[in-house]
Design a protein around this ligand. Sequence first.
Ligand code: HPA
Length: 287
Amino acid sequence: KGCFEKFSFEALQESAQYLLDRTSIRPRIGIICGSGLGPITETLTQKQCFPYEEIPHFPTSTVKGHAGQMVFGYLQGVPVMCMQGRFHYYEGYPLWKCSMPVRVMKLVGASHLIVTNAAGGLNDKFSVGDIMLMKDHVNMMGFAGNNPLQGPNDDRFGPRFPPMNRAYDKQLLTICDKVVEEMGIQNIVHKGVYTCLGGPNYETVAEMKLLKVLGVDAVGMSTVHEVITARHCDMKVVAFSLITNMCVADYEDHTEADHEDVVIIAKRMEGLLKEFVSRVVDHIKET
Ligand code: HPA
């Protein structure tokens, strides 16, 4: 109990039922909108919004100016539900609480999860504004003994010891490759390994050097616990990072990571990200 106390299956069913009782949309795909992807919800048709504070058991967002709502609608004719605004560890929620909406998505009926985030680029081949499709992650917080699945396991969600070696769905990555080709954006799209740190501070030079040695291509403050929770309950997952800044791994480099820059780059790439996700959804429709 204590810090590992979690919402019961029944409590999360109440969250899901609240939504199901108020919409006739039955989402096939869940989408977590990171920085810059919130506007994807503008393209939904038959849109219905549910503020987090009105959904039973949902945490309330602490970040000022963050929308914080679940948006149902159709994207390319596919029923979807989008998290506009997510919960971060640095806000003070335990990891299981940050990722509880993923279980609600599963209980509402979503079989697929698309996760997006803003991240700092560590790979020298990356540039600001690039997209990194996640082929894998390093659960750094898990190394330190922190994991969203800690505490009693409810087998109705998934197994006590879920495998994580095929976390990112091959077929969905192939779909992304197709979309990259259709859009002609091969020059700005990469595949790589993401890691999540707790934040809220950005990394020291020594930490960046360490992450590089570990084979990490991009670093952020989200996503990994959401993906672990989704895989635990057997959702198909695809995730990508928008590289909003390049990480400083050199003591002579005096550039500093800055949230304003993250927001500016996210805004600049908004249109492209919207098109990317909407094409991916269009291809999932055919599967
Ligand atoms: N580090 C961690 N998280 C981030 C960064 C970064 O450089 N950029 C955007 N999110």
